[in-house]
Design a protein around this ligand. Sequence first.
Ligand code: HEM
Length: 502
Amino acid sequence: MLLGTLSSQFGPLSGLLETRQLAVICSICLALILAWKCCRVETNPSKHGRLPHLALLTDEEIYDTPIQSMSRALRTHGSVVGFKRNGNIDYLVAKEHAQRVLTDESSFSFEGGLAGMLGITWIRHLHGGSFFRDIDGTMRAFSTRRMNHIVPEIWPLFEKAAESLVTNAGAGAVDIQPHLQQAMAEGTIKIFLSEKYNRADFKERMIKIATDIAYLTGLDPNRSFLSRKFPLLWHAVKVIHIALVRLPLNIGPSLAWELWVDISRDVQDYDPEDSTIFSYLSRRSTVKGDKLSFSAKLWNMVLVLTVMFGATHQTIVSMIWVTFFLAQHPDSQESIRKEASSITEAGGAFKLEGLHSAVLTDSFIREALRTKGDSVNAVRQSVQDVELDGFTIPKGSLVFPFTYQCYRDSDLMENANEFIGNRWVGTGKSATTTGLEYPAFGLGRWACPGRFLAINELKCWILALVARSRLELDGGKYEVMDAFNITACAPDGKLLVSRVEA
Ligand code: HEM
């Protein structure tokens, strides 16, 4: 009608105008459709009920300033909001929903959430979908039950790492990461593998393998333009490059062969006292005295490599965070140094009892992990359409509780925004005690099973380091490398270290 009128009024120009009018009208329609699509999570409300608002967060806001932008989104739109990330719509929920999202397994899946977050959803289609359960069982068997034997083995490694750091520090600033990687690689070999793997070349390989897996699963601070703009393509290229090129190269033939030989041994070939991961997995996967199948061996290889990674990467990151906090608090260094010498005087060094009595160190670690600045650090996937606060989260979505609000909740603790090193001494809450105000290790059935090991390793490191040195941050600051993933990405910075005379 409009075009017909214009055409009759403008005679010879009518064709041109028609085209222009058409183009304008089409553009407006397209823009409206796009804007509408961008502002709505779903276009079928009858299928999903009332969908949460979509907060228009840019990649920079999500990855560089998540605390500010997520706080603003929740303030503006209510307690559940959607946001676009990596081409999908994820959901952010306020602290009042954190408990339910993290613990209600009938509505939210840990396995789906973690697989989705790490970009390894395919792993749930392998081996009957047992990946997370297998890793969970293995970690639990090793890290909690054997702590009495583990502590005397690993504490000297952190003494050695701290001594080498202080000796080599000189007047310049030092990077603590290589020292921690060496100690953690050796510790992991002692806990899970056997002495024959305690070789310099194997330790180097393990460090490289851990770096590869961190890169593969996105637990590294790489947020390049390409990875943000073309996430699916980027992910596909990355998986192929790491799985087919870097991992095989970094494992290398000799380590691969040693691992394969140990993985291939049958249950009856192991000494009943053998406490390596190989005998454990062999016992777990052998059915009624049968021989291990080729696929079972391959699966066990995947589990061994994952355990090696899981047991080192996250703990090293946390060690760096806590050490930087310590460098910023000379008063806490002083009191922890006193705690270290009283443990030694009481004969507790290198023993689990000694670590138990390090209550100040424990409190400092808990407080550093609480305040280091996480925005989100646990994720679940909705297993059905789930209603929260009148909004419906569609089935299959990744849901992130905004844990920043939990850590800083003034209803749960006084002066929640303040760092108080000895805050937790005498409260009955240790660095491993999970709770809504401290989701550093998650919450519920899937809370981190490695936390007892990780905290003991952290304590060994802090006690060993502070006993022999004073620390300062080079330039007085560190740089946050991935604000969206504080728990899994270490901050960048160097330390000025000076020896404390005994
Ligand atoms: C300070 C170091 C560590 C931190 C901050 C950490 C943090 C976490 C977090 C936040 C989760 C998710 C829990 C949830 O969503 O509810 C998790 C899960 C997990 N962590 Fe850790 N972790 C650490 C060290 C370790 C270590 C040393 C191991 C192994 C020995 C380990 C093994 C696991 C496993 C297997 C899971 C999956 C959950 C399960 O199987 O129950 N973690 N961790």
